[in-house]
Ligand binder design. Structure first.
Ligand SMILES: [Fe+2]
Length: 411
C-alpha cells in the first residue's frame, strides 16, 4: 500500500495553486478526517435516517434511481436501508435481487449525526482557508448502488467535486469544457466510445480521494459491482457581486423613506409636451435623501452583519438543527469546538451587539451577560447559564440563547 498522503499545509497550498478550478486530481490512500467514518457507521447513519423517513412517511433527502429513472417518493420509502440488512453490502444484496441497476443518493446523511459533522468541517475549513469561502455553499452526499452510469449521463455541474469512496471501486470519466464544446453530442450521453480517447479516467477505492473542477464534464462508470461514495460538491456559481448586492438590497429596503411601501407613485407631471422626462416624484427624492444620509459606519455594519451570518453557516446550505430546550439551569458547551458563536459590536450604537450561529442572528442592547457567556463558551468552557445570565435581562437573554441553541450551537 502507498504511504498515506497527509492533507497538510503543503498539500493544500499545492492544491490551491495547481488543482482548484484548474485540474483534476486523484490521490491514493489519503489521511483525512472524512476517512474516519467507517462503512459500518455509514450504514448505521443510513438506517437511522431511513427510520426517520419511514416514521414521517417522507423520503426527503433520499433519491432513488432505477435503470437511470428517478423513483417516486412513495416508492423510495420501500427501498431504503433497514436494520435487518446489517451492512451496506447486506443492503446491496437485497437491492440487487430487485434491481439490476439502482442508485441511492442521500444528501442529508451527516445531519443525523452531529458528532460526525466536524469530520466534514475539518476538511472544508482547510479547503476554504486555501481557496476562499464559498459565496454559495458546499453539499455533501452519499451515492451508493451498482449503477453502471450516472443516471443523467455525461454532464457538468456548477461545483467542484471531491469524492471519497467508502466501499467498492469508483470510476469517473472526465472531459474538458473545450472538448465538449467541440463535441456537443456528449451532453447527457451514455454512449461515448469514440470520445474515450479524449477523456481522463479517475479510479478510486476506499481511502482514496478524487477532485475535479466545476468546468469538467463527467460521468460515473461501473462494471455493475457495488460501490458507496461520499461526494462533496463546492458550488462556485455565485460571484461576490451577488453577495454584495443581496446585502445592499436589505439595507436599501430599510432606508426607502416614508413613501417606500406605497403601491403607486404620486407625480406632478410625467413628461413635458415634447416628451422630455426631467422631474423625479417625491418618493424618489425622499429615498435619495435617506440614501445620502447613510453613514460609513452604517454601511460597514450592514455588510459585516451579513458576512457574519453567511460564514456562520460554515459554508453549508444549512447546518443540523437540534432539539435543545434551554433553561437558566442548563449547562452548555459548544457542539463543535471549531464552530464558534460569532458576534460583533454594532458600529452605530455602542451597546448593540449581534450574535450569529448556523445562519441565525440575534441582537441585544444589554450585552454584558450574554457576551461574557458566549466568550466563555467559545473559549471551550462548559457553562451554567444562570452563572452568566441573571436579573432583568434574563428572559430576553434566554430567548436569544434559545435561538442559537435551535440553530445547533450547543451540546
Ligand atoms: Fe455531477
Amino acid at each position: 500500500m502507498a504511504t498515506p498522503v497527509k492533507l497538510d499545509q503543503k498539500f493544500w497550498k499545492n492544491f490551491a495553486k495547481n488543482h482548484w478550478e484548474k485540474k483534476a486530481l486523484s490521490l491514493k490512500n489519503v489521511q483525512s478526517s472524512l476517512q474516519e467514518i467507517s462503512a459500518a457507521e455509514i450504514f448505521d447513519l443510513l438506517v437511522l435516517y431511513s427510520d426517520r423517513c419511514r416514521q414521517l412517511n417522507n423520503p426527503d433527502g433520499f433519491k432513488f434511481y432505477i435503470d437511470g429513472f428517478k423513483a417516486d417518493a412513495e416508492d423510495v420509502l420501500q427501498v431504503l436501508p433497514e436494520k435487518r440488512d446489517q451492512s451496506l453490502l447486506g443492503y446491496h444484496e437485497r437491492m440487487k435481487k430487485l434491481f439490476p441497476d439502482y442508485c441511492l443518493v442521500c444528501d442529508e446523511l451527516l445531519k443525523v449525526n452531529l458528532k460526525k459533522q466536524h469530520l466534514l468541517t475539518d476538511f472544508t475549513d482547510e479547503l476554504y482557508r486555501h481557496v476562499g469561502f464559498p459565496n454559495r455553499f458546499s453539499e455533501m452526499g452519499l451515492y451508493l448502488g451498482n449503477y453502471r452510469k450516472t443516471p443523467f449521463g455525461v454532464h457538468v455541474d456548477s461545483c467542484g467535486v471531491f469524492s471519497f469512496p467508502v466501499a467498492g471501486i469508483k470510476k469517473f470519466r472526465l472531459w474538458s469544457q473545450d472538448y465538449v464544446r467541440k463535441n456537443p453530442s456528449l451532453d447527457r450521453a451514455f454512449k461515448y466510445d469514440k470520445h474515450k480517447k479524449a477523456s481522463v479516467l479517475l479510479e478510486a477505492g476506499p481511502g482514496d480521494m478524487t477532485y475535479w473542477p466545476s468546468a469538467d464534464w463527467h460521468i460515473a462508470e461501473s462494471d455493475g459491482s457495488f460501490s458507496a461514495t461520499w461526494s462533496l460538491g463546492v458550488w462556485v456559481d455565485q460571484p461576490h457581486k451577488q453577495l454584495f448586492s443581496d446585502s445592499l438590497k436589505d439595507l436599501l429596503d430599510s432606508k426607502g423613506g416614508a413613501l417606500a411601501s406605497a403601491p403607486t407613485t404620486k407625480f406632478k407631471t410625467l413628461h413635458s409636451k415634447t416628451g422630455e422626462v426631467s422631474e423625479l416624484p417625491e418618493a424618489y427624492q425622499q429615498s435619495i435623501a435617506s440614501l445620502q444620509k447613510l453613514s460609513a459606519a452604517e454601511i460597514q455594519e450592514t455588510f459585516l452583519k451579513s458576512w457574519m451570518q453567511h460564514i456562520s453557516l460554515q459554508g453549508f446550505k444549512s447546518i443540523p438543527q437540534i432539539d435543545f430546550k434551554l433553561s437558566a439551569k442548563s449547562r452548555i458547551q459548544l457542539r463543535n469546538p471549531n464552530a464558534l458563536i460569532l458576534w460583533q459590536q454594532s458600529q452605530t450604537a455602542k451597546d448593540k451587539y449581534y450574535f450569529s450561529f448556523g445562519g441565525a442572528l440575534v441582537e441585544t442592547s444589554k450585552p454584558a451577560g450574554l457576551l461574557k457567556l458566549v466568550k466563555a463558551i467559545n473559549d471551550g468552557k462548559t457553562c451554567t447559564v444562570s452563572s452568566y445570565l441573571k436579573g432583568a435581562t434574563l428572559k430576553q437573554d434566554l430567548k436569544s440563547l434559545q435561538t442559537l441553541a435551535d440553530a445547533g450551537a450547543f451540546a
